[in-house]
Design a protein around this ligand. Structure first.
Ligand code: GDP
Length: 213
């Protein structure tokens, strides 16, 4: 399968969203969840910046992706939320860590509200991959984001990242817990081993080719 992918634009609000009508699939997740790595693994190219400086993606990045012989679509990389760790050089202690978390959450909320509010009832919007770290199933911030999206009426596909880091027993336990928390199937994935990428491509194909009611 030949995939082409290119960065098209960054949007800081609803006014910056592309208007060319291609189908869109959004990707959200906590900072450091492995979002950039997974996007890069999917398109087999360094497209999204992996977090040398976590929490840095502050805009919605639109990547135009096409699988040979099929119509292109946008992968929409939304900012990571809830980054809780203070940068190493910061000396402010917990207060500044909390400040950073709130700032990151605020940026995600503002952009996510602008993006999803604008797109939720738009035929070009096909769904969202909600990335959760398989090592930490059921984190409040992930559940809140998922609930918020579900309440908006957004179709969520939960993807458990970094499964290569789990032991066999953890894998079984954590995936079962995730499926319970998110009331449905969860796709285990690893940017390192490539696990789950085929499944994600199948999901993408079904989302981008089906005309949504
Ligand atoms: P983002 O902030 O969500 O975009 O996260 P990144 O893609 O930058 O990943 C955060 C860290 O997790 C980096 O050090 C990655 O190398 C690491 N990482 C990401 N995906 C995987 C994975 O599937 N397996 C392992 N073992 N590490 C991963």
């Amino acid at each position: 399968m030949r995939v082409t992918a290119e960065f098209v634009t960054s949007a800081a609000g609803a006014e910056g969203l592309p208007k060319d009508g291609l189908p869109e699939i959004a990707v959200v997740g906590r900072s450091n969840v492995g979002k950039s790595s997974l996007i890069n693994a999917l398109v087999r190219k360094k497209l999204a910046r992996t977090s040398a400086a976590p929490g840095k993606t502050r805009l919605a990045n639109f990547y135009r992706v096409a699988v040979e012989g099929k119509s292109p679509f946008y992968l929409v990389d939304l900012p990571g939320y809830g980054y809780a760790k203070a940068p190493r050089q910061a000396r402010g202690g917990p207060a500044s860590a909390e400040g950073r978390r709130q700032q990151a959450a605020g940026e995600f909320d503002a952009l996510a509200a602008a993006y999803f509010g604008n797109r939720v009832s738009d035929a070009r919007f096909r769904g969202v991959f909600v990335l959760v770290d398989s090592r930490h199933p059921g984190l409040d911030i992930d559940r809140q984001t998922w609930h918020w999206l579900e309440r908006l009426g957004v179709r969520c596909h939960v993807v458990a990242t970094k499964v290569d880091k789990l032991t066999r027993a953890e894998r079984q336990r954590h995936l079962a817990e995730l499926e319970k928390v998110y009331s449905g199937p969860v796709t285990p994935s690893s940017a390192d081993t490539g696990e789950g990428l085929d499944q994600l491509w199948k999901t993408i194909a079904s989302l981008t080719t089906t005309v949504q009611p």
